[in-house]
Design a protein around this ligand. Structure first.
Ligand SMILES: [Zn+2]
Ligand SMILES: [Zn+2]
Length: 152
């Protein structure tokens, strides 16, 4: 299994250097959505106790259309611009963005997972004009299999 831990200790120690991470990250499925390995390119540097992370994440995800349950595949591009509080209190917050940090180790997989999960569109559709599933016969209306007469 690949390691996604990045040592940011040098940055947090007050060094003025930048750390560039260019890595492919495998992502776990999330709420029925699966991901191709993400290409992550990040530049990090620290200002005091704040770790600044900027860069991009690119992947492709597969999910289900909200209306017809057909498969949807989409490219995903995320612009990353995060400022993480590296203090011990912030790291302990399970719902805070800083929980990707453990001491001076940053978990790239946790970070990538947070980024893609917040970028998944709500109400994913196979197309803007998706007709959905017929409530009467249960067929996918996009395929023409439904022959019900609509009463108004
Ligand atoms: Zn659909
Ligand atoms: Zn029908």
């Amino acid at each position: 299994m690949a390691s996604y831990k990045v040592d940011v200790g040098g940055l947090l120690a007050g060094g003025r250097q930048r750390l560039v991470v260019d890595q492919q990250v495998e992502l776990e499925p999330f709420e029925g959505v699966t991901f191709e390995p993400a290409r992550v390119h990040l530049e990090m540097h620290a200002t005091g106790e704040v770790l600044e992370i900027a860069g991009t994440l690119d992947t492709e995800f597969h999910g289900e259309c909200d209306r017809c349950l057909g498969e949807v595949a989409r490219e995903m591009h995320v612009d990353v611009d995060e400022q993480l509080d590296t203090g011990p209190e912030a790291q302990k917050d399970p719902f805070g963005a800083s929980n990707v940090l453990t001491g001076d180790r940053l978990d790239l997989k946790d970070l990538a997972t947070q980024l893609v999960c917040s970028a998944i569109p709500l109400g994913l559709l196979c197309g803007e004009d998706c007709k959905g599933i017929c409530p009467v016969c249960g067929e996918n209306k996009n395929t023409g299999a439904c022959t019900c007469v609509t009463e108004t």
